[in-house]
Unconditional design. Structure first.
Length: 367
């Protein structure tokens, strides 16, 4: 979306009241399974596969994944309602299908639905956006504590977060996993699609290293994907640190791992054998629609992209994961395409992520 279209969207979804003067949705009770978007005994898009030849293990795995979904809320209030007949929940379901489904042959999948912050929160000119994320994080923390105490049974686990989910995952790991017994059980954390500035990494994670190889464990894995040469248009974004909320420049150097090599260098890598990019398909759903309020009920499926070939490299100056090649050229024809591949951070690397999950689990077991 270009600047003009983003401005129109923001004008339309700007919350009517300040955060302090808003009647917020009640906090969810995570002992009620209705407040979990995914868990092993709940059928859903987290069990979608792009081809029937792939293996599926819904439960009884030795490892759990705790998944924090990205932003799918575009209404005129600060935090989302959690009713399942709303469009925000439909977007959560789709993210289960094209993101955490990569884990469905190796991990038991747990994903809370939470009072996510509105998309507008990233553009608010006062502290209301940060307050909306504080409220959302309350739910993430409460659901994670419930997951650990009632579902996990002392098993090793992985944390996956994308975009807003990655921002919450950073905070969760920094404040409530790091330095506890949980850190030893955390195989790794895939914290994807939200910046981790190099200058702030040691403040966030003084005892958790950034991954630098495909078999590292007890580590952080992160990347943010763009077309080669693309410069992000937003100047600053909100960022949580142990010292409090800050505004961080989007063009500063960030940490990234290349998911074709799982290295941090700036070489260009072609797809490895495990590569498969996926897309969500639906014959009667408008994927570009951000203004719908109600769940469409449209049937979705997960498919392999018809074009798979592209290459990626970590930009040495800004740390963004840059992509080029036939698949990227095809994506440039998508409506509202700008060059930012944020929405596709996981879909583009679904097969490589699926294999790397197994590789890191095996490496963890071997320690």
């Amino acid at each position: 979306m270009d600047d003009e279209k983003i401005d129109k969207l923001l004008e339309y979804i700007k919350p009517v009241n300040s955060f302090a003067n808003t009647n917020h949705p009640l906090p969810p009770n995570y002992s009620n399974l209705e407040n979990w978007a995914a868990y092993p005994d709940k059928d859903g898009q987290q069990f979608y596969l792009p081809h029937s030849s792939l293996n599926l293990n819904k439960n009884n795995n030795d490892v759990d994944v705790f998944y924090i979904h990205p932003t799918g809320f575009f209404e005129k209030t600060w935090n989302s309602f959690m009713e399942k007949d709303r469009a925000a929940y439909e977007r959560t379901e789709m993210m289960l299908g094209n993101q955490v489904s990569a884990f469905n042959d190796s991990c038991n999948i747990y994903a809370p639905e939470y009072r996510q912050a509105t998309y507008y929160s990233y553009f608010a000119k006062n502290s209301d956006g940060m307050s909306a994320h504080d409220l959302a994080f309350e739910d993430v923390l409460n659901s994670f504590n419930y997951f650990i105490e009632n579902f996990n049974n002392n098993k090793p686990f992985i944390i996956l977060g994308h975009s807003q989910g990655a921002l919450h995952a950073q905070r969760l790991i920094s404040k409530f996993v790091q330095g506890t017994q949980l850190q030893d059980r955390m195989i790794c954390a895939y914290v994807i699609g939200y910046i981790i500035p190099e200058i702030l990494y040691d403040e966030l994670f003084p005892s958790i290293p950034m991954s630098s190889s495909p078999l590292d464990t007890n580590c952080i894995v992160s990347w943010s994907t763009v077309v080669e040469g693309y410069k992000r248009q937003r100047v600053r974004t909100i960022f949580w640190t142990p010292s409090g909320w800050t505004m961080q420049k989007m063009d500063q150097k960030i940490y990234s791992t290349n998911p074709f090599s799982w290295l941090n260098n700036n070489d260009w890598y072609d797809p490895p054998k495990c590569h498969s990019a996926v897309i969500t398909k639906s014959p009667n759903f408008d994927f570009a629609d951000r203004l719908s309020i109600k769940h469409s009920g449209a049937k979705k499926s997960l498919k392999y992209s018809s074009i798979q070939d592209f290459s990626v490299s970590v930009n040495d100056e800004n740390g963004l994961l840059e992509a080029k090649g036939p698949l990227v050229e095809r994506m440039k024809k998508i409506r509202y395409f700008t060059g930012d591949l944020h929405s596709y951070d996981i879909m583009l690397f679904w097969g490589c992520l699926r294999q790397n999950i197994k590789d890191r689990i095996n490496a963890f077991d071997a320690i």
